[in-house]
Write a protein that binds this ligand. Sequence first.
Ligand code: 13P
Ligand code: SF4
Length: 302
Amino acid sequence: MEPADILERIDELKRRKNAVILAHNYQIPEVQDAADFVGDSLELSRKAAGLDAGVIIFCGVHFMAETAAILAPGKSVLLPEVEAGCPMADMINGRELRAWKARHPGLKVVCYVNTSAEVKAESDICCTSSNAIAVVNSLGVEEALFVPDKNLAAWVARETGKKLIAWDGYCYVHHRFTPRDIQDARALHPGAEVWVHPECPLDVIDLADKVLSTGKMILEARRTACAEVVIGTEKGIIYRLAKENPAVKFYPARETAVCAHMKMTTLPKVLRALETDTYRVEVPPDIADRARGAIQAMLRIS
Ligand code: 13P
Ligand code: SF4
């Protein structure tokens, strides 16, 4: 089928099934263009919670669709590619977190949104890269456990002055950025600002001008006075940045910063999801109720 025919069929099925397409900022251009709403993890969670659609096609990775399913019970949340998981979210499971908590009695647990529902269910509060500092400050404690991203934890600990005991997890895309990437990008684009995602290691963050979630990069790009910006996150966001801000030039800090899992979703798979109602993401009600508590605690403060 030609892309135009696929899009036409997607539109027709969306209307018939009262479906909405949500896409993360790292999705491939065709999928972003076909989406009703493109955003970061926090924006997509909020959107899912507020929609009155019957079906949500979630173009992202599994934990995002799970978060949508938790916040929108009764709606059918479909992940177009069943293999699209997040390797960082898979670095800790509920059993491991329970054992870790037992070794640190009395400490609150902050979980990054990049976690399974089971891990969220074992946590006191969730956070995203947009609100992690505010979430940690809201706890009113000097020490807490943080799962699973050790890089995000290190940055948040430094920014808040709190002690965060971090799980040994990381995002393989952001963890690979090195100070050398930033130095080389600055040499190549001497007039550019450098924006990096807080999933990058601290020695990379230290060389950046701004540390921003993907959603905050989109907002910052709309008001920046810079003509050139080097972007230290998954490369897919550059499509949206460039499309919305044609007067600004955006360069990837690392050409190979690509999340293979985010690229698994394609337009034919979006169509297949609508045609066959697959792959439905469901969370057992007892886990969903507890996980929702951690997510709502976050939404109340951000
Ligand atoms: P944000 O879009 O919330 O910045 O998260 C980035 C990410 O790695 C999602 O998988
Ligand atoms: Fe997970 Fe990193 Fe891919 Fe985001 S970019 S889905 S954190 S592996």
